[in-house]
Design a protein around this ligand. Structure first.
Ligand SMILES: Cc1cc2nc3c(=O)[nH]c(=O)nc-3n(C[C@H](O)[C@H](O)[C@H](O)COP(=O)(O)O)c2cc1C
Length: 178
């Protein structure tokens, strides 16, 4: 019995390791999600930002359930997504908790486009930003799928930041031949 349990455990841990290794080969965009009120504004780097629908415009991010961002989104029912440009590795590092200098998750260390209500929402220099109303927060395993309806869009820099094989980079398009 013990050996059966341990072999199931090792199979599932092998599958998990294979999954993590395989997913590291999948290129991701890098975005910073911002949510919360004036006294508890929080931001987090994510690689799970995708479009869900264009009619109406809806997007999704998956955030670890224990991260304070989930509570901030649940309380305020809004979040903003900033898709980082190639120049913004520093933001990705800061809002994933590993800044080279300064404090992790420090919103005051970044430059924000000033908004009417003065809450930091759009980072300066992003490729695109989407302000969203929460439509659904669905818990799946360790994460919460946050689905938002987009009601404001900002477009900016051309060159997006990509995360691939545990490194940051830029897309390298094939040249059109002929
Ligand atoms: C490129 C990149 C993509 C990430 N994508 C996600 C994501 O989609 N969802 C998530 O919850 N955390 C994501 N993270 C991790 C968080 O940014 C953060 O590092 C993590 O929640 C910190 O967890 P800890 O406080 O337990 O150390 C990503 C980090 C990086 C660098």
């Amino acid at each position: 019995m013990t050996s059966t349990v341990s072999s199931i455990t090792s199979t599932s841990s092998l599958l998990r390791d294979q999954f993590v290794a395989a997913m590291s080969r999948v290129p991701l965009s890098v975005a910073v999600v911002v949510a919360g009120g004036a006294d508890e504004r929080v931001a987090l780097t994510v690689g799970t930002f995708i479009s869900v629908s264009a009619d109406p415009p809806m997007v999704l991010v998956a955030v670890k359930e224990t991260n304070p961002l989930c509570k901030a989104v649940a309380s305020h029912r809004r979040f903003a997504i900033n898709v980082l440009s190639a120049e913004q590795v520093e933001h990705s590092e800061r809002f994933s908790g590993r800044p080279r200098t300064g404090q992790p998750y420090d919103l005051t260390a970044a430059r924000w486009v000033s908004a009417g209500d003065e809450l930091p929402r759009y980072l300066e220099g992003v490729v695109a930003a989407f302000d969203c109303e929460l439509v659904e927060a669905r818990s799946i395993a360790s994460h919460v799928l946050l689905i938002g309806r987009v009601d404001e869009i900002v477009s900016g820099a051309d060159q997006p930041l990509v995360y691939w094989s545990r490194s940051y980079g830029i897309p390298s398009p094939f040249n059109n031949v002929g």
